[in-house]
Design a protein around this ligand. Structure first.
Ligand code: SF4
Length: 455
């Protein structure tokens, strides 16, 4: 068996340093040039991790078969190739287009170790690791599987996309980072699972526009754990929620499909928390800002979310003193805050960014007025926040403990994202351990934080 068989595909060459002691993978590549590129990616990863590519079945510790499922003849050929690899070697991982028809493959060849679909490098590598542990490498073995993290061990940011398709007039991110590029859903879920396996208890999902995840790839179906998963925020949120960690969604725009995500918040670890950067409430200012979802009735949407999940925490940010903002429009924003009763709010006085389109808008607001509006907004929000936190006094809540000292613990509940929201100050107790979950009874509150005791 060549490292790639049945099709005249170039063999992956062994470097001079390869030793027979290294675990060896055989590779059969079938199908079109797109499948060929998938094969190249997998082979590259295998080599980068120190696996040998075996030229014959008998030299391989397991065999990966990249299949084609385009027409009946290709299906037959792929099924035969799997059968041959099983007969000659016995340990076979199937990937590629026919892998998308998992039931068919499993019915024909129940002994295969795993079946993944096309473009599933991460999936294939995970299955290879499971059945043929990766060789020791003096460099990569020193790096933990979850990578090097700058956050404490118990929480981590999970970036699901880069760039942005919107053109908000106060922002230059699209010109700096380009259009939206969503990461493959299998890669995101694999990274998340590795983080959880490494002890992460809270995943903070971030991107420029989390609701838009997958738009650029038309919500393409990816694979994870042998199952198809669409590259879409709703499916991703649900899958992440099943990993056993808390999952917190940031930078979500209020599109209709977010309602679906709110419905999942009663399942698994998906926290009843949404960070929705509204930025303003006046329709005219939102139009000038060119904000995403500016045509939506945000108040009605918030009420629907609260009806579905009365305990949902809503966080947002606003800009005061955007060019042309009248006093009446600013008061419209204050009225929105009163009606929406958002839990967590940040507010910035508008500040021009070099290169932003908003700089050319007429009606620049004097700095003193911008600052005065920002102060008024935050003052109102403090009253709202204090009111909402008071309602939680007397309740029992799960918290994740960030740190412990002789003075007690600093912890966070579902309403508290690290670094930007409030915290829960818990009285000293031997039951509290940094990086672990605990249950506490809320005994008091102030403007941003709660006080509690361990139970
Ligand atoms: S502010 Fe607007 S343009 Fe900038 S990253 Fe966010 S959604 Fe995209």
């Amino acid at each position: 068996m060549p490292s790639v068989a049945r099709r005249p595909v170039p063999r992956a060459r062994e470097p001079a340093s390869a030793t027979p002691a290294q675990p060896a993978v055989g590779f059969v590549s079938l199908g079109c040039p797109k499948a060929l590129v998938d094969s190249e990616r997998i082979l590259t990863r295998l080599r980068a991790e120190g696996y040998r590519i075996a030229p014959r079945y008998e030299d391989a510790d397991l065999v990966v078969v990249n299949t084609c499922g385009f027409i009946d003849a290709a299906v037959t050929e792929s099924l035969e190739a799997i059968g041959e690899a099983l007969a000659e070697n016995g340990k076979v991982i199937v990937t590629g287009c026919l892998g998308a028809r998992q039931a068919l493959v499993k019915q024909a060849h129940p002994r295969v170790l795993a079946v993944t679909g096309p473009r599933a490098t991460a999936e294939v590598m995970r299955e290879v690791h499971r059945h043929l542990p990766r060789p020791h490498d003096p460099f990569t073995s020193l790096v933990p599987p979850q990578g090097v993290k700058l956050t404490p061990r118990h929480y981590a940011y999970l970036k699901i996309a880069e760039g942005c398709n919107h053109r908000c007039t106060f922002c230059i991110i699209p010109s700096l980072r380009g259009e939206l590029v969503s990461r493959p859903v299998g890669d995101v879920l694999e990274e998340a699972a590795a983080l959880v396996a490494a002890g992460v208890k809270e995943l903070l999902v971030i991107s420029q526009d989390t609701s838009a995840y997958g738009v650029d790839v038309r919500y393409r179906t990816g694979f994870w754990g042998g199952r198809p998963v669409r590259t879409r925020m709703t499916e991703l949120a649900r899958a992440l929620g099943g990993l056993g960690a808390w999952v917190r969604l940031h930078y979500v725009y209020p599109y209709p499909h977010v309602d679906e995500v709110v419905a999942y918040m009663s399942e698994g670890g998906l926290l009843p928390y949404l960070d929705v950067p509204f930025q303003h409430a006046s329709p005219r200012i939102l139009r000038l800002m060119k904000r995403p979802a500016r045509g939506e009735d945000n108040l009605a949407r918030i009420r629907r979310w609260r009806a579905a999940r009365p305990d949902i925490t809503l966080r947002s940010t606003f800009i005061a003193g955007f060019p042309g903002e009248t006093e009446a429009e600013f008061e419209e924003l204050l009225a929105f805050l009163e009606a929406a009763e958002l839990d967590r709010v940040g507010c910035f006085a508008y500040s021009p960014v070099a290169g932003a389109a908003a700089n050319a808008l007429p009606g620049a607001i004097p700095d003193a007025v911008k600052e005065e509006r920002r102060r008024r907004l935050m003052q109102l929000q403090e009253e709202i926040s204090a009111r909402r936190l008071r309602r939680r006094v007397g309740t029992m809540i799960p918290v994740l403990v960030d740190s412990v000292s002789t003075a007690g613990a600093v912890a966070r509940g579902h309403a508290d994202a690290p670094g930007i929201d409030g915290v829960v100050h818990v009285a000293p107790s031997p039951r509290l351990k940094a990086g672990e979950f605990a249950t506490v009874r809320v005994t008091g509150s102030d403007v941003h934080d709660l006080r509690a005791e361990a139970v």
